[in-house]
Every structure is written in structure tokens, then in C-alpha cells.
Design a binder for this molecule. Sequence first.
Ligand SMILES: Cc1cc2nc3c(=O)[nH]c(=O)nc-3n(C[C@H](O)[C@H](O)[C@H](O)COP(=O)(O)OP(=O)(O)OC[C@H]3O[C@@H](n4cnc5c(N)ncnc54)[C@H](O)[C@@H]3O)c2cc1C
Length: 307
Amino acid sequence: MKIAIIGSGMAGLTCAARLSNAGFAPTVFDKGRGLGGRMATRRAEGGFQFDHGAQMIPCEDAAFRSLLEQAKASGHVAQWDMGDGNANAVGTPGMTALAKYLAQDLDLHQQTEITSVTQTDAGWELTADQPLGTYDRVICTAPAPQTDRLVGHALTEPLDQVSYAPSLTLMVALNRPLDAPITQTNPTDALAWIALDSAKPGRPSRHCWVAQSSADWSATHLERSKDEIATLMLDLFLTHHGLDATEVAYATAHRWRYALVKEPLGQAFVASTDGTVYAGGDWCLGPHIEHAWQSGTAIAEDILRCA
Ligand SMILES: Cc1cc2nc3c(=O)[nH]c(=O)nc-3n(C[C@H](O)[C@H](O)[C@H](O)COP(=O)(O)OP(=O)(O)OC[C@H]3O[C@@H](n4cnc5c(N)ncnc54)[C@H](O)[C@@H]3O)c2cc1C
């Protein structure tokens, strides 16, 4: 059975790894340069590094915890002491490490944006800037609005009830240590999260901080250019900490249009009536990496059950 998976985020890679372990050889396509989707790590000139998407890996599901324990044993995940009495799992040396752990031995095609999924007599034909072949099963794990555009016509459920909050992220490296907590939740009306990224295990020893804007502030400024967002957020960050611009070694911003799931679908995946097209991701069950893992696992198990 030829299987194509769209998306090398947590859901797509989880599904691919499970199918691969069961003896299938899925092909994974992603439009991004790096693995992991929103579980993202940015490296910048000067040796700076930032997790500019997901910050940590909360875990409630025992089976997901078991995956994290295995990834810890192989050095891809470690516990982050957040300095406030709390600790959480994180990828190490960056959040993408968990994706890399899952992706070992998979057939991956990054920088390949799928533009159409069309049914033919031979199966589902995928196209990027060129035809990519015909597949018996297609699994789409892009965010719900993008999934809807690609394969919505084949699915039994509408996806328009799923909604997201956007998020804008500032990545800033300072010239010196800053006397501030390792993490700050809702430190100002505009900023929902500030963290010393360099305090996570295995990071290069630089003074790299990540700040994420609140849902309201993100929605208000979403369509500004990245440079404008960086300027505005840097000003918020510096003012909050009583710093001036001479102390900044590097700053940039990232826009996440579909950041955190607000209203999930409420079921682990959706498929076509004939079971040849599946769609899933965090948007099926909730806002976290764990939800993407649950969805990707459920899709793989359903394909194996029907095979
Ligand atoms: C700023 C921010 C902070 C967050 N913080 C946390 C946190 O601390 N803890 C937590 O658990 N979760 C957090 N999350 C949420 C977490 O990142 C997601 O729940 C999880 O990573 C979603 O995984 P996924 O595989 O469902 O989707 P994604 O990671 O979005 O993967 C989908 C993939 O599909 C690809 N794609 C889309 N369209 C196409 C196409 N046409 N062709 C090819 N590829 C395509 C994308 O490039 C992407 O790689 C955060 C998210 C953001 C943005």
C-alpha cells in the first residue's frame, strides 16, 4: 500500500513512525525547511538559538509519557527546570529534537508544498510544483484551514468549526545576563509568555529569550510585517525589563497564524467514506503537542486495523 503523509509535524511523524514500525513505507511531504512544524527551533548567525513555536511538552497520556521516556533515554528529550518549582519535558538541544527522534529512517521530503490532491482511477495523485505520484492512502496533518483546502472535498466532516488563536513570537538575544525569572506567564497585557530559552537543557550558553504575545495583541497586529512586529515586541520586552536597545545582540519575530487550537474538532481524526483519505493533527483534540501525537497515533491504528 502506497501511503503519503502531508506534514512532518508531531501528528504526521507520529503516524509515519507507527506505520513504518508496522512494515509500511510511508512518504512524508512538508513545505517547511525543517522537521517538526510548530515544534520549531530557529538557529541564527552568531550562535543564537530559539524555540520560537512550542515551548515545552506537557503530558497527561501514559502512552505519550512512555514515548517521552524513550526519547529521553536516547538524549532527544530532557527535563527543563523552569525555576518556579515546575519542570516540563523539552526537546534537546532544541524542540525539533523530538521530531528528529520520530523521523529516523523515514522517507522525508521537506520543502515540498502539496498544492493539490486529486482522485484518479489509480488512487490519489499528489502535486507540488510537479506531480509526485499516486497513492492508495493520503493523510493530511496540515492545520485545519489548510487541510480543508487540500482534502476537505473528500472528508465526511466539515472542518470549519475548528478555530485557532494566532501568536506572534519575539526572539531576542542580549549582550549580558538579565536578572529576571526563567519564565514569566502573562507579565504584561500584551505579552503572554517570556522565557530564557538558553536555560533549557543542552542549549548553547547565550542569553537568548523568547516572548509570545497575548491572543488579543496577536490578533490586532497579525497582518503587520515581521520587521514591524519585531520592533513593537522588542520595545515591549525592553520596557518590561528596563533595558535599552544597546543591550540587544539580535532580534527577530515570527508570525504563527494558526498557533493554538481554541475549538478542536472533538474526535481524533476525520476520514473519507472509503477510508482512503485521513486528516488529523492537534486541531482534532486540543492545543498541545500531545493532542497531535494522539491524533497521528489514532490515524495509524485505523489504517492498520483496516489494512
Ligand atoms: C507559539 C506557539 C507556542 C506553543 N506552545 C506549546 C507548548 O508549549 N506546548 C505544547 O504542547 N504545544 C504548544 N504549541 C502547540 C504545538 O506546537 C502544536 O499543538 C503541535 O506542534 C501541532 O502539531 P501538528 O503536527 O498537529 O501540526 P504542525 O506542527 O502545524 O504540522 C503541520 C505541518 O504541515 C505542513 N504543511 C502545511 N500545509 C502543507 C502543504 N500544503 N504541503 C506540505 N506541508 C504542509 C506544515 O509545514 C507543518 O510542518 C504551541 C504552538 C505555537 C505556535
